[in-house]
Design a protein around this ligand. Structure first.
Ligand SMILES: [Ca+2]
Ligand SMILES: [Ca+2]
Ligand SMILES: [Ca+2]
Length: 188
């Protein structure tokens, strides 16, 4: 009993040392490779997380909206009356676009795809007094030559403004169906 217990014949718990000469040359390179692979995976995950964080902070507009100068814009694919278009924007926590300056005007002209689109400018309250939907003073305007002319089309005045194909503005009866542009602040 004591002889058996004294013999070191059961010390081979580690199969790695059991096979003697074959395994020692293999193990060290495998461990190094595993370390390298693990390190590469960790670095890749870190880079992925950093990219996601950076991308997340840059994407401040919801899906389907375009970002420009810290504002978000929606360019519709369908036509609606001015009022219905505005209601669409309001339901999106936005409003019809307010064009504040030449830079915004240039951006919208390019993005509007040469299509007529409603903007948030109207003289529905008092004929000839044009107001932005957010009460911004009407300092910057980009009317087409001869506009606004309030040219009567049937029974209705022309009380709502839209971008013409060239980006300049025209007044048109608000019941006309055009595409539209919504504007809102970034999503926080
Ligand atoms: Ca604006
Ligand atoms: Ca008018
Ligand atoms: Ca007109």
């Amino acid at each position: 009993m004591s002889d058996v217990a004294g013999e070191p014949q059961w010390d081979g718990e580690d199969p790695g040392t059991w096979t003697g000469g074959l395994s020692p040359p293999r193990d060290p390179p495998l461990t190094n490779r595993q370390l390298v692979i693990t390190t590469v995976i960790i670095v890749a995950i870190k880079l992925l997380l950093m990219t996601l964080v950076l991308t997340g902070s840059a994407l401040q507009c919801q899906w389907g909206w375009d970002q420009h100068q810290g504002r978000c814009y929606f360019f519709s694919w369908t036509n609606r009356s001015w009022e219905a278009a505005r209601n669409f924007c309001l339901a999106e926590n936005a409003d019809l676009v307010v064009i504040n300056n030449a830079r915004e005007q240039n951006y919208l002209t390019i993005k509007a795809d040469s299509l007529r689109r409603w903007i948030g400018f109207t003289d529905q309250g008092t004929e000839g007094v044009w107001r932005w939907v957010d009460s911004t003073p009407a300092a910057f305007t980009q009317w087409n030559k001869g506009e606004p002319n309030n040219l009567r089309n049937g029974l209705s005045d022309e009380d709502c403004a839209h971008l013409l194909e060239i980006g300049l503005w025209n007044d048109e009866p608000c019941s006309t169906s055009y595409r539209w542009i919504c504007e809102r602040g970034p999503t926080v």
